[in-house]
Design a protein around this ligand. Structure first.
Ligand SMILES: O=C1C[C@@](O)(C(=O)O)C[C@@H](O)[C@@H]1O
Length: 217
């Protein structure tokens, strides 16, 4: 599936961006709640219901590349409300276990995520991260930054040895993995419209065209 993150400051822009992503062929949307200037649970509920499309709810902490700068309690409270209406909820592996469990209890399905915007851990370290994520949620996920082309092979090696895991090598060096990872079984790849929510994302149209040409995804 091709997922388009919706990273906007207000409801009007969220609706516009979501409708554009759907028109461009997104299979699922990621509501990056942390992008909102003033995240209001009732407004978020209304948006998810009104747009009426498959959604991942994410409220990314600033510690893992997101924009949410309130307290951890506030972050979890907002995500907790959105989780009741979204198809998937992305919660970070590093989130406090009690907060994580609170989210999982009300989620239809969970993506347990890990991000490193500075480096790529070793194959062994990433396999351990994926193992821990798989024991907690429904889909495992890691998005890491390569320092060289060899680091991107670490991501593909890990994906070749696990199931049900989203693996991403970010940045310019890693961007080819966004259309190769699905061939290794990564169930979701992230693509952008105009605003990228992470370095190296390709646009939706090119992502789909390349995946269709490669086939078997
Ligand atoms: O975790 C991820 C993956 C991502 O960081 C990427 O590299 O495309 C984009 C984020 O919006 C999403 O929550």
């Amino acid at each position: 599936m091709i997922c388009v993150p919706i990273l906007e400051k207000n409801s009007e822009s969220v609706i516009k961006s979501a409708n554009n992503a759907i028109k461009m062929g997104a299979d699922i949307l990621e509501f990056r709640i942390d992008g909102l200037d003033d995240p209001d649970p009732d407004e978020i509920k209304g948006l998810i219901k009104d747009i009426n499309y498959p959604f991942i709810a994410t409220n990314r902490t600033s510690k893992e590349g997101g924009s949410f700068d309130g307290s951890e309690e506030e972050r979890i409270e907002i995500l907790f409300e959105a989780a009741k209406y979204a198809d998937f909820v992305d919660i970070e592996l590093k989130t406090d276990e009690n907060y994580r469990s609170k989210i999982i209890k009300v989620s239809k399905a969970t993506i347990i995520s890990y991000h490193d915007f500075k480096k790529t851990p070793s194959v062994t370290e990433l396999l351990d991260i994926v193992k821990r994520e798989s024991e907690i949620g429904d889909i495992s996920k890691f998005a890491v930054m390569p320092e060289n082309i060899q680091d991107t092979l670490v991501v593909l090696e890990v994906l070749s040895r696990v199931q049900n895991t989203i693996g991403i090598s970010m940045g310019n060096i890693g961007k080819y993995t966004r259309v190769i990872a699905p061939l290794f079984g990564s169930p979701i790849t992230f693509a952008s419209l105009d605003k990228k929510s992470a370095p190296g994302q390709l646009d939706v149209t090119n992502t789909r065209n390349i995946l269709d040409k490669l086939g078997n995804w």
